[in-house]
Design a protein. Structure first.
Length: 98
């Protein structure tokens, strides 16, 4: 399994808009054939800090996600709301398998 933890820091005055755009991306992403999980996490200590937990069956499935219309729309919509560039950290998912 291919997992990416994407750390996103949002400008505080755009949190609500970011959440709505990210909800739409989440709802479409979990419908992708290779998707295993797509969790959106928010820090309780810093509400402007989010982590997207993206798990795909393979690196190819994760790469295909970045070509979808919903991802491209999300990327372009939230770009100006970022307090700093988002950081994706790839991991190999070991358990659960698949």
């Amino acid at each position: 399994m291919h997992v990416t933890l994407v750390h996103v820091r949002v400008k505080p005055d755009h949190i609500a808009e970011f959440l709505e755009a990210t909800r739409l991306n989440h709802e479409a992403s979990v419908q992708e054939a290779g998707n295993r999980r797509f969790d959106v996490l928010q820090s309780p200590e810093n509400p402007a800090h989010f982590v997207l937990y993206e798990a795909y069956a393979s690196a190819e499935d994760a790469a295909a996600h970045k070509q979808t219309s919903h991802y491209l729309a999300w990327r372009d919509t939230v770009a100006d709301w970022m307090a700093e560039p988002r950081q994706g950290m790839p991991f190999n998912g070991l358990f659960p398998r698949g």
